[in-house]
Design a protein around this ligand. Structure first.
Ligand SMILES: [Zn+2]
Length: 105
């Protein structure tokens, strides 16, 4: 129990499946200044509330179908599901460096 400092990994929970994973292996959704929910890169440069989802379409779909997603963000935020979906898929497609990625479905 010593020297956790530098190795301290921020863990977040996927709003769809409750899996806990290092923050940077999850896709973050955040509310932009105009109240629209956007997909955020691991840079996480949008401050404020965020919702985290595993980088796979199953969790994304689950997240979209559950109220917890909006709840984790902001009640009156605007969710453009189709737009988010394409953004999300773009992320996952290009995200070969996602550490949590698995093909074993
Ligand atoms: Zn998940």
């Amino acid at each position: 129990m010593r020297g956790r400092g530098l190795n301290d990994v921020q863990v977040r929970m996927c709003v769809a499946c409750d899996r806990r994973a290092p923050k940077r292996t999850l896709v973050r959704f955040a509310v932009a200044g105009d109240g629209v929910v956007v997909v955020v890169d691991r840079g996480a440069n949008i401050l404020g509330r965020g919702a985290y989802v595993c980088p796979n379409i199953d969790c994304f779909s689950e997240a979209m179908s559950t109220y917890r997603f909006v709840h984790a963000l902001r009640k009156r935020s605007v969710v453009d599901r189709e737009g988010l979906k394409s953004e999300f898929l773009k992320f996952v497609d290009s995200g070969s460096n996602f550490e949590g990625e698995r093909k074993d479905g």
